[in-house]
Ligand binder design. Structure first.
Ligand SMILES: [Zn+2]
Length: 372
């Protein structure tokens, strides 16, 4: 793998057709890093999970991409987990993991509902992501979606065991390193169920059998898959609600390719009343349709607070930003990832804007390189 293109990538995102500002933050940051460091910008999307939903996912993708264009974000490449060309590579990676004993086939006890939304190891119920999908009622456990009772089966399944003591080496902000350590400690002796019985899963055909894989397990191979498309991922923009997925993606990168990436975890954006930005949908949509991309990018940047897990977007700043953004320009600056982060500080950017406001001059700022 020589001459690969350096890039920054988002963690695979499930696109929404009408995204709020919080959902565009990761692609925005990927775009900023790509412009600051002059490397490619990958938007990774996760669509396999939507395969059987009633919605047309092409509409979701086009809606999402057009919202990104409204913020002047045009990725160098949009990687999708359901693309045909991933399949042979997933096959090769799966075999490699099996040969190296990270993946095993074992006879296990499984609990499952009729629709297959709930499917986990009986012994690992407490760590299974499908736990939220079922409820208990007088010792009966039933699926919230299909309402059928969970039944126990004994069958051969595929399990993934992450290696002990491997964890992401470079994380920003640094306080997430402790949480990553805790995840690593909690899970490094667990085996995870990665095969599924339902057809909505990802099908992998071998000579002697067809294996249905959990779609989340498949997209968590995306860093090795990007390398096989000729990219060299250097920065991964994750999310603090997706730490487990960040952990698994980086572990996968380390065991398949022995390569690490710099994990950046942006704050979770909230609306003015400290509510989720989902509740500010209307406001966000008005912003996306009512203001130019430069003003919107500056607004997003003013909320970047890396000392906290959550940041409040101050929509009231929009008024003064939009009145002067036409005379603010960025100047080219040569930098590296660490220095790029120093410039990406909401409080500093807000101060800069206040200084600009005091005069009527046109400004060229190196600190805003890549931001606007
Ligand atoms: Zn069900």
């Amino acid at each position: 793998m020589i001459d690969r293109k350096r890039c920054v990538t988002t963690l695979p995102i499930t696109p929404v057709g009408r995204p709020n500002l919080g959902v565009v933050l990761a692609p925005f940051l990927a775009d900023v890093f790509s412009k600051k460091l002059e490397i490619d910008n990958i938007l990774a999307l996760n669509l396999n999970g939507l395969k059987f939903s009633n919605e047309n996912y092409e509409d979701r993708v086009s809606g999402y991409l057009s919202a990104l264009r409204g913020l002047d974000i045009v990725p160098s490449c949009t990687w999708k987990d359901n693309e045909e060309e991933n399949i042979p590579w997933i096959n090769i990676i799966f075999n490699k993991l099996r040969e190296e004993n990270y993946i095993s086939k074992e006879l296990k006890s499984i609990i499952r509902c009729k629709c297959g939304a709930v499917e986990s190891l009986t012994e690992a119920e407490n760590i299974s992501p499908s736990r939220a999908l079922y409820a208990s009622d007088k010792n009966r456990r039933y699926c919230k979606l299909c309402k059928t009772e969970l039944r126990e089966f004994h069958e051969f399944v595929y399990l993934f065991k992450p290696p002990a003591a491997l964890m992401p080496r470079e994380i920003f902000p640094y306080f997430y390193a402790k949480e990553m350590e805790a995840i690593c400690f909690k899970f490094n002796h667990c085996k995870f169920l990665i095969s599924r019985s339902r057809p909505s899963a990802f099908s992998l055909a071998f000579k002697d059998e067809e294996i249905f894989l959990d779609v989340d397990f498949v997209w968590q191979m995306f860093l090795p898959l990007l390398r096989r498309r000729g990219y060299k991922p250097e920065i991964l923009i994750g999310g603090n609600k997706n730490l487990m997925a960040c952990y698994f993606s980086i572990i996968m990168s380390q065991i398949v390719d022995q390569e690490d990436v710099f994990l950046v975890i942006p704050p979770y954006y909230l609306g003015p009343r400290r509510t989720s930005l989902k509740d500010e949908q209307y406001l966000s949509e008005n912003l996306l349709s009512g203001y130019d991309s430069k003003s919107l990018r500056l607004l997003l940047a003013t909320a970047l607070n890396w000392r906290k897990k959550e940041s409040i977007v101050d929509f009231e700043l929009m008024n003064f930003i939009s009145k002067m953004s036409y005379r603010i320009h960025s100047k080219k600056k040569t930098t590296n990832s660490a220095n790029a982060l120093v410039d990406l500080d909401g409080a500093r950017i807000k101060n800069l804007l206040v200084q600009f406001k005091k005069t009527r001059d046109v400004f060229y700022s190196e600190e805003l390189c890549g931001l606007i």
